[in-house]
Design a protein around this ligand. Structure first.
Ligand code: PLP
Length: 381
């Protein structure tokens, strides 16, 4: 493992988190139980959702969401190609076909409502909206388009806990909102996720699908609240455990501080880099920044710059970078899938996006070092 001077992301490992995990281990109840229920309650309060269901990870959240809104064989589901592959994979696992949609452009890496409209067909069942890097997509336009097409909105809010659009939290515009608590996320627990919805029927379907379609849980039976169960649908084991829920409760309390710290780092990058050496930083609009959860600090390198060379120079300086994302439509597994639509704006940024280190504990000195080394690397490339 490289000894990074500035890693891409970092997790806190302090006494409060260790205590939360240790207390849970000592409690003797490790599977889904009271801490999961408390975490769900608290997360639902954060988003203002009627229901929140904790799940094993963000991919499980998306899979359950798509099944709950009844995506299946013969359906098309629109999804941005500049995205993590989880949404596309889960669409395929429901039997539906992913149809890839372009981004707005260099300044806005979210899915383009006009291209969503162009991609809609009578088969369009759902639209999976990503809030890229924590910057909310245009939910007014997307909700309008979904409604007039009779398609269901599902939000992939993996990047956006605490993010908002016009005063309303990301994850609450769609029929279902999906979150990830993977280690590099704003609210990390290792592996974990959450689904939010205001719809009672969807909540019930999601709850059943999360746990094998069983009508009662081991926890209910342990407490003597139930003696047996029926199986009313073919579900999965996508449950979260108590240890991760205990970590999640601590991390959830820290989320406002974490997001504020990320905002500080992001704006320091932006001030130093936007317009320097031909580099730009997407989402230059001040309001987009105010409502973002700042999950990613992404810059666009000047066209033609050798990104691999830039990344290698930064690695030599022990600065970790990443690429969010290699577009899904270019992966071997999706060569034949995805509707074969032209995605010129996605293709135009695909070889230029570069993700810089971002987490609240980054110091100004570390940020300045990344800036200096990035500008030097671009100059030399
Ligand atoms: C946009 C997006 N969607 C979905 C996921 C899947 O989440 P998880 O890794 O928790 O399964 C991730 C995270 O890795 C992600 O970044």
């Amino acid at each position: 493992m490289t000894d990074w001077q500035v890693p891409l992301s970092d997790v806190a490992t302090d006494e409060e988190l260790v205590r939360a995990a240790a207390d849970t281990v000592e409690s003797g109840w490790w599977s889904m139980g009271p801490r999961v229920a408390e975490f769900e309650q608290a997360f639902g309060e954060l988003t203002g959702s009627k229901h929140a269901l904790a799940v094993a990870n963000g991919t499980a959240a998306l899979h359950l969401a798509l099944l709950a809104v009844e995506c299946g064989p013969g359906d098309e589901v629109l999804v941005p190609s500049l995205n993590f592959v989880a949404a596309a994979n889960t669409i395929v696992h429901t039997g539906a076909t992913p149809v890839f949609v372009d981004i707005v452009g260099d300044d806005d890496l979210n899915m383009d409502p006009a291209d969503v409209e162009a991609a809609i067909t009578p088969k369009t069942k759902a639209i999976v909206v990503l809030h890229y890097g924590g910057y909310a997509a245009d939910m007014d336009a997307l909700a309008r388009i979904a409604e007039s097409a009779g398609a269901t909105l599902v939000e992939d809010a993996a990047h956006a806990p605490g993010g908002s659009w016009n005063g309303r939290k990301c994850g609450t515009f769609g029929a279902v909102g999906c979150f990830s608590f993977f280690s590099n996320k704003n609210l990390p627990v290792g592996e974990g996720g959450m689904i939010v919805t205001d719809d009672d029927d969807l909540k019930e379907r999601l709850r059943l699908l999360r746990s094998h379609g069983m009508t009662t849980l081991t926890w209910d039976r342990h407490r003597g609240h139930a003696h047996s169960y029926d199986v009313v649908t073919q579900g999965f084991n996508y449950r979260l455990d108590e240890i991760r829920a205990a970590l999640g409760l601590v991390q959830l309390r820290r989320l406002p501080e974490e997001n504020a710290g990320r905002a500080r780092v992001s704006s320091r990058y932006r001030e130093a880099l936007h317009g320097t050496a031909g580099i730009t930083m997407p989402f230059p609009d001040a309001e987009a920044q105010t409502r973002s959860s700042h999950h990613l600090a992404v810059v666009l390198l000047p066209a033609g710059v050798d990104r691999i060379g830039v990344r290698e120079r930064l690695t030599e300086k022990r600065i970790q970078t990443s690429v969010h994302y290699p577009p899904i439509h270019r992966f071997s597994a999706y060569g034949e899938l995805g509707g074969r639509r032209e995605l010129p704006r996605t293709d135009a940024v695909a070889d230029r996006v570069l993700t810089l280190p971002l987490y609240a504990a980054l110091t100004d000195e570390q940020v300045d070092l990344v800036v200096t080394e990035l500008v030097a690397a671009v100059g030399a490339a």
